[in-house]
Design a protein around this ligand. Sequence first.
Ligand code: ATP
Ligand code: MG
Length: 195
Amino acid sequence: MKTHQERMAKKKAVIDERIAKATEERGVLILLKGNGKGKSSSAFGTMARCVGHGKRAAVIQFVKGRTETGEYKLFRNHELIDWHVMGHGFTWETQDKTQDIAAAEKAWAVAEQLLADERYEMLVFDELSYMFKYKYLPLEPVIEALKNRPENQHVMITGRVMPEGLEEIADTISSIRDERHAFRLGVKAQAGIEF
Ligand code: ATP
Ligand code: MG
């Protein structure tokens, strides 16, 4: 039987080989999907990492839920972060599809500019996927703009369900499963946890 040390040495060799093969340095497209809690907060956490290294970032919130989230309050005045809240409310509240589409197009116009600006090293498009679910935006121009973005630019997209076309061009896809949520135990949405 192999000793623990031998097993670890073998494992290290495998990992070292993988590290040696991963030599590219470039912007990545990351999709955070699924019904579990943790998509937006993961995107903002990764953005904090980038900004901590002195890189410029921008957020577009395609769906405006709560206005004053903790991360918005923390980041909005940061000199390296632009924060755009674009959506004006959920469909089931506004019941106005024309207005929703106009808001989506306006948000996309901002996104397109950011995707052409290499000064931004990290873009977070929160709930962009929602725009395709409700057909507020066509998918093709979004895919084209993502493909043609600056080489060094990272993009993170959140949303429960991702269209196939986005998954095809993504570098990293994380699916967050809803195993349990405190809401179903009767805990209300709390500041600092939900927003
Ligand atoms: P977070 O912002 O906490 O990272 P999220 O981005 O994964 O969550 P969304 O799908 O954007 O979640 O949902 C928005 C709100 O609903 C958030 O306040 C989130 O905490 C909460 N939430 C997320 N998943 C669930 C769930 N399975 N049941 C109940 N509430 C949820
Ligand atoms: Mg979210």
